[in-house]
Design a protein around this ligand. Sequence first.
Ligand code: MN
Length: 323
Amino acid sequence: MPNVKDLICQKINSSERIVISSHIRPDADSIGSGLALLEMLNQLKKNAVYINADDAPSPVNLLPGYQLIKKGQIYPGKYDLVLLIEGCEEKRSGQKNLEHYFTVNIDHHSTSALVAKLNWVEPQAAAVGEMIYALGKALKVKFTRQIAFNIYAALISDTGSFRYSNTSARCLRIAAEMVQVGKFKPNEVSDLLFNSNPPEKILMLTKVLNTMEFSLNNRLVFIEFKRNFLNQLNLNEIETEDILTIVRSIRDVQVVIFFKELDDDYFRVSIRSSGIFSSKKIALKFDGGGHDHAAGFFYWGNLQKGKEELKAMVALELGQCTE
Ligand SMILES: [Mn+2]
């Protein structure tokens, strides 16, 4: 009985016109994985394209090959196979015509919706980059500099430069191999992803940090991003992952909840946690998803009410009463 990765390889080998797509608001794991996969398909002489519903924020759009990605919808009838990176339903992919296609979902979120024709989900993979690496080995492609660089970027992005709890020996081994075969220096990738902030972003960060609200004996922190922060600073959409990492680095903090205002009474909520606290468990209660230490959901309603509700849930999970 072939495993799902082998079935995907067979499907790739027997297909001619293949399209790759990442999830909405794509991050460096989704884009790095997709770009590595695109070059693998090109090596196999496939007629391959990469189409995303959303642009990636800076600095993810600086990854090598990013300019090859087309923005928009995958129209019906044009392709033999659709490869979806990190999520296969319309809500996650932003693609409206998937029911017309043979779809493959390649994901490492245990909450991944299993609605593709083939679903390859490995929650123990630190990044989808690990899975694309394994796929490349199975497809016997040559790991060029661009493939290696993008896989390495996917790994450092989703592991916080090998600091998060998802970092494993396998992930570190793949990273070392990518550096060796890709002939780049690790700091080239980290400079691109982490040391290329525009000054406005750091100014924005000070505004967000000013909203820090500690509760439950400093074990829970709320932070908030208001829409008007962007116009005040002349910024477009921006990556906010590192703000969460900074707040989570505070001693005693176990849970960080970030409300990003998208519209009146409408927020994207990101949760980061450490130890046994499951971010995913909370996110699922709001119809969201994610991992144990990183999850998210959308929230409609009054911000203060939302915070109270979440604080009560976190308190319950942390096994203590609210102050
Ligand atoms: Mn990922």
